[in-house]
Design a protein around this ligand. Sequence first.
Ligand code: FAQ
Length: 311
Amino acid sequence: AEQGLEEYFESRVAGEQRIEPRDWMPEGYRRTLVRQVAQHAHSEIIGMQPEGDWLTRAPSLRRKAILLAKVQDEAGHGLYLYAAAETLGVDRADLTERLIEGRQKYSSIFNYPTLSFADVGVIGWLVDGAAICNQVPLCRSSFGPYARAMVRICKEESFHQRQGYELLLRMMAGTEAQRAAVQDAVERWWWPSLMMFGPPDADSPNTRQSMAWRIKRDTNDELRQRFVDMSVPQADRLGVTLPDPDLRWNAERGHYDFGEPDWAEFKRVIGGGGPCNAERIARRRAAHENGAWVREAAAAYAAKRAAEREA
Ligand code: FAQ
């Protein structure tokens, strides 16, 4: 019977039909999705911190309103993604525990500090730009709840990308000091943005199987190339220099050639040794612990209502 189920599953995936939570699925497919969707959810939640640090220091009411909306969207993305993960039979409280105990990852990118307001613009442009590049194909992921969550998330991410780029255009039209702050932020965020796409294909243990299951639709290197090709003309238009001496148009390939990210740094950061890893997790843990009374009150209220209904 298992064999027939597996064949049916494979034929659904091959026919571009969605797999839904109640459908039979191989255990490895479920495990891979829990890993990727939980990691994605954690990234959205931890990802509120670097920009959240600037909410009280935004230079105008308009910038503050935009930034507040963006950071709140990220909380929403985290919640849809935890809900998508729960359809696979895991519990959000348990996923949160795994995050704060360091047993599940979140994106390397959020372990770098935001040193000036220009970083807010560069995160929007490059980090949200990379997120869109990675997530638009995930709207066609084989698992229904994940693919559907991606549709709305991508729409909101494109607003995030636009607000960042618009902020940078304004700063580049400003003073010398503003232009220098933008250039400095671009130099600090460029390489970490390229690392968001994950290790090179040759060192990516999960890509082959995830592509076969159509959880992922492109390899890490394909998406990284797409991001570079998209970003170079945007950097030119902005008037900033990307910090890569090997970056040049290759007419034969029809793509930009570019240098190798520092993969030793990448490994250090995902292993917990980036500049802000400890701070990010400590803050997430403190927020979770400070919220314990809300969870306890909600549970006590639900129990009381249930007892009243029974009486
Ligand atoms: N950081 O075999 P692969 C956002 C891990 S966007 C940390 O290639 P896979 C929006 C990987 O988990 C950011 N770890 O893995 C926003 C695996 O470890 P494991 C979130 C990384 O899964 C913007 C190991 O390395 N987006 O939040 C990273 O096939 C602004 C081997 O790697 C997503 O999560 C990394 N960069 O491909 C929010 C997108 N890369 O689990 C706020 C969905 C790899 O075996 C502000 N995810 N690893 O222990 C994906 O597309 C994939 O999971 C990849 C990795 C492409 C990230």
